[in-house]
Ligand binder design. Structure first.
Ligand code: ADP
Ligand code: MG
Length: 716
C-alpha cells in the first residue's frame, strides 16, 4: 500500500518534470518556429532534452583577451576586442568574398568571409565593440582571420573561472541561417541555466554511489558549462555510463524475455546416430576445444530453453565437424536439422563434405539452393514437410516461405557475418517451438562487441587449431615485383601444390571487375601456358553448375591455379592449396583478407599468403596490409578491423559503421561497459522487474527511450 502510494506520487513528480524536458524546442527563448524547423531537420532536435544531448565536440579557453599586435601564431586561438570597419564585397555581379578591418588600440587585422555573405553583410555596425574569437591564417603574406566567431562585446560575458567554452557541431544550412556554433552555444547555455536543476535522476541511487557518478543534472551542466577539465571528465564519465547502462539493460531485458518466451525442444538422448558416427566414422580425434563446445551446445539443448549460441572459431579451427555432430544430436531425438550457408559454392562444399562423412550412415539429407531443379525442389519440400528428409543443407533458399518442416529443432548458420539478425529470426516462424540456433563465425568478436552487439547470444569459442598446422607466411608486394612472384608460384606448382589467385569484386563496378578478372586470366595463361599448367576460373556471375564444375577441377587436383573473385572467401576447403595470392589486396577489408588467407594452411605444408597492391594506398589500406603481414591471429585482426570500420549495427541491418550512440563508444569504453554489465546484473537480481519505487525513474526512462515495456512476466 505504502509502496503503491509512493510510487504513484513519484510517477506524478516524474511526469511533471519529464513534461518540462519534453517541451518543444520552439519554446526555448531565442528559438521560435523558424529555428525550430531547422533544429528538427538539421540536428534531429525536437525537445529540450534533445538539445541537452547535443554535446560539445571540443572546448576552448576564453579567459584571456589578447591585443592584435600579439597575433602571430597560426595554431592557437585568440580572443580580441575591437571595432569593425571598411567592409568590402568582392567579386561581381555575385559576391564571392567579404573583407573588413578589425581594429583595437594596438593595431588592426583583416577579417574575411566566403560563406553566408548575405548575412555577414548586414551584421556589424560601425563604432560598436565586438569580441572576436578564432585562429589566424596567412593570406597574401599577411595574417588574417577567416570566419572568426564574432559577437557584440559585453564585458560581463568574459568570466574568469568559467573559462572553458563548448564548441558545437552545426551544419552549413544552420550557419547560413544564423545558427552557427556560437549561437548554438548561447541557446544551450540559456537552456542549461534554465532547467538544469530540474533534470530528474534516472540511475538508481546505489549505482551513483557505488560508481561515484555525479547526478544527471550536474552532468548536463558540467558538460555544457564546465569550470575546468575535471568537470568535463566527470560529466563525460557519467553520461557515458548512463548510455551504456540503458543499452545493456535492454540487452539483458530482451534476453530474459526471449528465455521466458521461447521454450526449446529438449534433446534428452545421445543416441545411436551420434554414437555410431563418433565411434566408427569420425575421421580424426576431436581437439579438446571441439569437445568442450559440443558439451556446451548439448547442455543448452537439454535445458528446455531455446538455444541462441554463437560459435566462434578462427578459420580452419574445425567448426564443420562440430556442426555435423550437433545435427546428429537433433536426429537422435527425432527432430530435423537445417544448415544454412551464405553462398551457393559454400553450400555445395558443405554438402560434399557431409556426403563424404555420412556415406555409411543411415541418414537422409539434401542440398537446396537457388539453382536446385524444380522437380527436385518439389520433392525436397515434400519430404521436409513429411519428415522423411532429416537434414537440409542450403542457401537462403531454405528460409523461403514455401519451405515447411515437420519438426525442425535445430538451425545452424555458417559464417554469420553475411546474415543479419532478421534472417536468423525467420527460422522461428517455421515451427511452433522455435528451433535452437547455432551461429558459426570465423570472425572473432572483440570483447567489447561481444558484450554489446552479441550481448543477447551465448558464446562458445574453439580456441585451438587441429594439431600439425604451420602458421601461414604473409608477404606484401607491389605490382612491379611480379616476376619474382611468378617464379615463386612455378616453384610451388613443381612441388605439387595448388594456388588461389583472387580478384576483388565489388558490386558497384561489377563490369569493371570482370574485365580485371578477364585480363588477369589472360596474363596468367601467358605465364602458365597449357597444357603444362591448368587454370580454372570461378566468379559470381557464372551458372551454378559451371561454378561447381570448375571448383571440382580444383578440389580434385586437376587444375593448378584457381582464379576467383571473393566467392571463395568463406569455407572452401582444399588442403593441398598452399598459396593464396590476392590482387588489389588493399580493396579488401581486413576480415575478408583474413578469411581468404584461411583458405590455405589447411594441410601439413607450409603455406603462403601474397598481398599485391599499388604503391599508392590510403593510410587505412597501409594499415590493413601491415596488420595482415604482422598477425595470423584472427582476434587481433578483428580488433584492428573494428578500429578502422566501427562495429556493425546490432539489428543486423547495417554491416559497418558505429552503433548510434550519443557519447558512448563501444571500442574505447571497455572499462565502463564492464562495470555497467556487473551493475545491471546486480540490479536485476535484486529487482528483476524494476518494481521498487527507487527504480521507478529508471524503468520509466527505459520505456520512454526504447518505446518498449520493461516487462517479461506476462509473456509466454
Ligand atoms: P572452419 O572452422 O574454418 O570451418 P573446417 O571445419 O573447414 O574449419 O576445418 C578445417 C580443416 O580441418 C578441415 O580439413 C577439417 O577436416 C580439419 N579438421 C577439423 N577438425 C580437425 C581435428 N580435430 N583434427 C584434424 N583435422 C581437423
Ligand atoms: Mg567453415
Amino acid at each position: 500500500m505504502i509502496t503503491s502510494l509512493l510510487s504513484s506520487y513519484l510517477s506524478f513528480k516524474f511526469a511533471q518534470v519529464s513534461h518540462l524536458l519534453e517541451t518543444k524546442i520552439e519554446f526555448l527563448k531565442g528559438v521560435g518556429p523558424r529555428r525550430a524547423a531547422l533544429f528538427n531537420k538539421e540536428l534531429q532536435v525536437y525537445t529540450f532534452e534533445d538539445l541537452l544531448n547535443v554535446f560539445p565536440f571540443r572546448y576552448v579557453d576564453k579567459s584571456q583577451i589578447h591585443k592584435i599586435n600579439d597575433v602571430r601564431d597560426e595554431t592557437i586561438y585568440y580572443q580580441l576586442v575591437g571595432t569593425i570597419s571598411n567592409m568590402q564585397v568582392h567579386g561581381s555581379p555575385r559576391a564571392t568574398r567579404i573583407t573588413a578591418t578589425f581594429t583595437d588600440v594596438s593595431g588592426s587585422i583583416e577579417l574575411c568571409w566566403f560563406r553566408g555573405l548575405k548575412w555577414i553583410k548586414n551584421q556589424f555596425r560601425p563604432g560598436v565593440k565586438y569580441i572576436l574569437f578564432g585562429k589566424a591564417s596567412v593570406f597574401n603574406n599577411k595574417l588574417n582571420f577567416i570566419h572568426p566567431d564574432i559577437e557584440e562585446y559585453n564585458p560581463q560575458d568574459v568570466v574568469i573561472g568559467e573559462s572553458l567554452q563548448g564548441v558545437y557541431n552545426t551544419t552549413e544550412v544552420m550557419k547560413n541561417n544564423g545558427l552557427g556554433t556560437k549561437q548554438l552555444a548561447k541557446l544551450i547555455k540559456t537552456l542549461v541555466t534554465q532547467i538544469y536543476n530540474v533534470v530528474p535522476e534516472i540511475l538508481p541511487d546505489e549505482i551513483l554511489q557505488k560508481e561515484r557518478l555525479i547526478s544527471r543534472s550536474r552532468a548536463y551542466y558540467q558538460i555544457h558549462l564546465p569550470a575546468n577539465s575535471t568537470e568535463i571528465q566527470q560529466a563525460v564519465r557519467r553520461l557515458k555510463y548512463e548510455e551504456h547502462f540503458f543499452f545493456q539493460l535492454r540487452l539483458f531485458h530482451n534476453k530474459k524475455r526471449r528465455e521466458q518466451q521461447s521454450r526449446g525442444s529438449v534433446f534428452s538422448k545421445v543416441g545411436t546416430l551420434f554414437n555410431l558416427f563418433y565411434d566408427k566414422y569420425l575421421p580424426f580425434p576431436l581437439t579438446n576445444a571441439q569437445k568442450r563446445v559440443i558439451r556446451e551446445i548439448h547442455a543448452d539443448m537439454k535445458s528446455g530453453h531455446q538455444m541462441n549460441r554463437l560459435l566462434q572459431g578462427d578459420v580452419g579451427s574445425g567448426k564443420t565437424i562440430v556442426a555435423l555432430l550437433v545435427m546428429l544430436l537433433a536426429l537422435d531425438n527425432d527432430f530435423q536439422a537445417a544448415f544454412m550457408a551464405p553462398t551457393e559454392i559454400l553450400a555445395m562444399q558443405h554438402y560434399q563434405t557431409f556426403k563424404e562423412l555420412l556415406k555409411d550412415m543411415p541418414i537422409t539429407f539434401a542440398l537446396l539452393t537457388g539453382s536446385t531443379k524444380t522437380s527436385e525442389r518439389k520433392s525436397i519440400y515434400n519430404d521436409l514437410a513429411e519428415g522423411t528428409l532429416q537434414i537440409v543443407i542450403g542457401t537462403h533458399a531454405i528460409i523461403e516461405d514455401k519451405v515447411v518442416f515437420k519438426n525442425l529443432a535445430l538451425t545452424i548458420i555458417d559464417e554469420q557475418h553475411r546474415f543479419g539478425v532478421a534472417q536468423r529470426a525467420r527460422f522461428w516462424d517455421k515451427t511452433a517451438i522455435p528451433p535452437h540456433t547455432l551461429v558459426m563465425t570465423a570472425t572473432p568478436i572483440p570483447r567489447t562487441l561481444a558484450m554489446t552487439q552479441y550481448g543477447d547470444l551465448d558464446v562458445s569459442v574453439i580456441d585451438e587449431l587441429p594439431p600439425g598446422r604451420k602458421p601461414i607466411q604473409t608477404k606484401h608486394f607491389y605490382h612491379e615485383d611480379r616476376l619474382k612472384i611468378l617464379a615463386f608460384m612455378r616453384k610451388q606448382i613443381a612441388l605439387k601444390r595448388q594456388i588461389y589467385v583472387v580478384y576483388p569484386l565489388i558490386k558497384e563496378s561489377e563490369k569493371l571487375d570482370l574485365i580485371n578478372l578477364q585480363e588477369g586470366y589472360e596474363s596468367l595463361l601467358r605465364d602458365f601456358p597449357e597444357p603444362q599448367y591448368r587454370i580454372c576460373v570461378v566468379h559470381g556471375q557464372m551458372k551454378a553448375e559451371d561454378k561447381e564444375f570448375e571448383m571440382q577441377r580444383f578440389v580434385k587436383g586437376q587444375a593448378h591455379i584457381m582464379l576467383a573473385t571473393t566467392v571463395i572467401e568463406v569455407g572452401v576447403n582444399v588442403p593441398n592449396a598452399s598459396v593464396m595470392l590476392i590482387e588489389h589486396a588493399n580493396r579488401f577489408g581486413l576480415s575478408q583478407l583474413h578469411q581468404l588467407r584461411g583458405r590455405v594452411g589447411r594441410g601439413a605444408e607450409q603455406s603462403y599468403c601474397i598481398l599485391i597492391t599499388d604503391r599508392k594506398m590510403t593510410s587505412d589500406g597501409k594499415k590493413r596490409m601491415a596488420t595482415m603481414v604482422r598477425s595470423n591471429d584472427g582476434f587481433e585482426i578483428a580488433e584492428v578491423d573494428l578500429e578502422i570500420r566501427g562495429p556493425g549495427d546490432t539489428q543486423g541491418t547495417r554491416q559497418s559503421g558505429q552503433i548510434d550512440m550519443r557519447i558512448g563508444n563501444l571500442i574505447q569504453d571497455e572499462t565502463i561497459i564492464t562495470a555497467v554489465r556487473k551493475d545491471v546484473l546486480q540490479l536485476l537480481e535484486k529487482d528483476p522487474m524494476l518494481l521498487q519505487p527507487e527504480h521507478y525513474n529508471t524503468k520509466q526512462h527505459f520505456e520512454k527511450i526504447f518505446r518498449q515495456q520493461f516487462d517479461w512476466s506476462r509473456i509466454g
